[in-house]
Design a protein around this ligand. Sequence first.
Ligand SMILES: [Zn+2]
Length: 85
Amino acid sequence: MLKFLIFIAAAFILYKLLTGDFKKKKDVQTKEKENLAATGVMTKDPVCGTYVPVDGDIRVKQGDKVHHFCSYECRDKFLKQIADK
Ligand SMILES: [Zn+2]
């Protein structure tokens, strides 16, 4: 019976730890999203002229400038342009 109680307690603590961590992570992600939505920072895709959010994954660092692209196609075009110069 005692073993059973210990098992329940351990499971409960583990459950609390896991759910607590997940909740924290979710809160941070939500906050980050809210911040981005609030600032709404957009930048221009230098290839096609589309406005893309600066937090986008498709980016190229050139010197101290970071260019953002709407698609990998645009990014590749841009990289080719740099290479041709
Ligand atoms: Zn584009």
